[in-house]
Design a protein around this ligand. Structure first.
Ligand code: URA
Length: 217
């Protein structure tokens, strides 16, 4: 049977997701409920990389489906993209947790966890071959650009990302959700600028589906 490019990529992603699910290199490979490999269009022009699965994602095995995910979808809507038009994943595929007052709570992934998961992420990028990578938040930025990355100064700038793919970093939607009062509007405006730059980059790389934009707020 001859598979088209989309089906070939879909199959490669499904096979990699099974390897991720069997991985126990980190302790969080045993504490998580589900691995969260990633989802979206296997031929996506835009690949979005977040930090790591949270509680909702861990429960369902899908990335960005909680409150941050809802905001991410709204952010994408502002550049006329739907969730299913892009590919969404994380630097680590298992939920990083620590003991909290009410059971396990989310934490940022450790450098060792990101290093263990990196081959999976690189393989994912190589399968999808996006035109543009968008990293959300500091841990994802540091995974690609090193520990000295400063989000306040370096978000919204194009970098040469892995495999030579143009990479931009913007604020994580969960960070936006933590802003109060005027800060929320200010940070939302910065993210809006970054997303418009992503849209322009996609159009410059031949992406044809980008149409009218919606308001982000
Ligand atoms: N935050 C992330 O970084 N990734 C998810 O999948 C959900 C929330």
């Amino acid at each position: 049977m001859i598979l088209d490019a989309r089906s070939q990529r879909q199959r490669a992603l499904a096979e990699a997701a099974m390897r991720v699910d069997r991985c126990r290199l980190c302790e969080i490979g045993s504490s998580r409920r589900n691995s969260v490999y990633g989802e979206g269009d296997p031929k996506a022009s835009l690949m979005i990389v977040g930090e790591g699965p949270g509680q909702t994602e861990d429960a369902q095995g899908r990335p960005f489906i909680g409150r941050a995910g809802q905001l991410l979808e709204k952010m994408l809507g502002a550049i006329a993209l739907r969730r299913e038009d892009v590919y969404i994943c994380n630097t680590v595929k298992c939920r990083p947790t620590e003991p909290g007052a009410r059971g396990l709570r989310n934490r940022a992934p450790l450098p060792a966890e990101m290093a263990h998961c990196r081959p999976f992420l690189d393989e994912q990028i190589a399968i999808i071959r996006p035109s543009v990578l968008l990293a959300l938040g500091v841990p994802a930025a540091k995974a690609f650009l090193g520990k000295d990355f400063l989000i306040g100064k370096q978000r919204g700038i194009w970098f040469a990302g892995p495999q030579g793919i143009p990479l931009m970093v913007t604020f994580h939607p969960a960070y936006l959700l933590r802003q109060t009062g005027g800060n929320f509007e200010a940070v939302t405006a910065l993210v809006g600028d970054d997303l418009q730059a992503v849209r322009s980059k996609l159009e410059a790389s031949g992406f044809g589906q980008v149409g009218a934009s919606q308001a982000l707020s």
